[in-house]
Design a protein. Structure first.
Length: 230
């Protein structure tokens, strides 16, 4: 199997096992996720796997070791959460079922949005302002504890992800092409076009980009006093 096939298979296994919420199905996908660098993506399955006995504990311990070694933004937060759950203690933060993918999207939007703590949904400001959803009025809600204001940081972090990824590319021609794409306006579009010309790196870019986004979302939540649970 190619790198792309292995990574995409691992991604699907992590998503499927976490959605089924069966601890006995989560240990192996977590181990596979660690092998291909899907550490933040392994978080939900890793949390569920803690109830799978020795195999689940071993897989989650591997995940914590890999997160500690990598030490990207948010990795320490996930390690702290997994350690607390393993020991039956608390991180001191409130736990909530929050869609980290949606939160990551809104954090990357300069307009930001709102996080609904009762449902875990995250609403972009565009949706809130346009009235696309009935009864969606965070500012007028009588419950002051239901909503968190999400201030988006725009594209700065995502641009740095591209810079950092480019530095990992070993093929000189591909690295030079990606580096050139980063200069000037339209960098995101040019970067994607450069990846089209060097398709072997696209799946590795997807891994880094997704992991960074999830880590930033998890770190933001921790700063707000919350941990995301599946």
């Amino acid at each position: 199997m190619s790198d792309r096939d292995v990574i995409e298979s691992s991604w699907r296994a992590l998503t499927s096992s976490a959605a089924r919420r069966d601890p006995s199905l989560c240990a192996r996908p977590v181990a596979g996720g660690v092998d291909v660098g899907l550490l933040q993506a392994s978080g939900p399955a890793g949390i569920i796997a803690l109830d799978a006995g020795p195999d689940g504990a071993a897989a989650t311990a591997r995940l914590m070791d890999a997160l500690s070694a990598r030490c990207w933004t948010g990795d320490d937060v996930l390690v702290e959460l997994l350690s607390a759950l393993s020991a039956g203690t608390s991180t001191g933060r409130a736990a909530a079922a929050i869609d980290l993918d949606m939160l990551a999207d809104v954090l990357g939007d300069p307009r930001g949005g709102y996080l609904d703590l009762t449902t875990g949904d995250v609403w972009p400001m565009e949706v809130v302002d346009d009235g696309q959803v009935d009864d969606l009025d965070p500012e007028g809600d009588p419950d002051p504890h239901r909503w968190l204001d999400v201030d988006g940081d725009g594209s700065r972090a995502a641009y740095q992800d591209m810079v950092d990824f480019t530095a990992t590319v070993t093929d000189r021609s591909a690295r030079d092409d990606l580096t050139l794409a980063l200069h000037g306006r339209g960098a995101f579009r040019r970067f994607q076009s450069a990846l089209d010309r060097h398709e072997q790196y696209r799946v590795h870019w997807r891994v880094l980009s997704a992991e960074r986004r999830l880590g930033r979302a998890r770190a933001w939540l921790a700063d707000e006093g919350y941990d995301a649970l599946p």
